[in-house]
Ligand binder design. Sequence first.
Ligand code: DX5
Ligand code: ZN
Length: 226
Amino acid sequence: MTMRIAPLIAPSILSADFMKLSEELVFLKSAGADVVHVDVMDGRFTPNITIGLPVVEALRHETSLTLDCHLMIVEPLKYAVDFVKAGADWVSIHQEADHNLHRTIVTIKNTGAKAGVALNPSTPVEALTDILDDLDFVLIMSVNPGFSGQVFIERALDKVRRLDSLRRQREAHFFIQVDGGIDTANAQSLVEAGADCLVAGNAVFKSPNPTGAIRDIKAAMAEGRK
Ligand code: DX5
Ligand code: ZN
């Protein structure tokens, strides 16, 4: 039988106040965040440039929370191990960015970090059929990579269901993460569909009550597991 982890919330630091990152980390810890999601973009895979290795190193010095580095970069094998050295506990790479996914995944896993593959909205979950058993997690993008604050693409729900059903068929243990446009309105149905870890950027950091936002999203996730 497939074992599932307790549902986790992973606020995306991309939506935080970059002038106050250490305070934001203290807030995340005290508000009950489980994981810190770090959106790394290179301006080539994505139409935006964001955070790189030095920032991950700085975050690592300031927090004991799990650091989840989402690499939206071309040629991820070149940098994946450097992100683990900088402090990443989880590293995800994009299926669309890597012609040798298996090699990169094995390389990440050999460091002891958890390795995941992310899928853009237009990439079917079936593209991972032959690598699923090697993965610690799969990240279903519910927006096109590039920016926080985009609208949730509903189709992602069906992808999560299909991936969950593949997971059951194979009795696999990877967890399912979903990223983009997530808030209290869709968190419950995503967990019902099979999601285990939800990333939330604007829904947390741009909320008038960020602590309440984390609490409400976690409550919605818990409902989804009932
Ligand atoms: C999109 C990033 C997401 C995004 C999440 O390219 O991978 O992690 O910043 O932000 P929201 O929750 O605001 O869509
Ligand atoms: Zn992300």
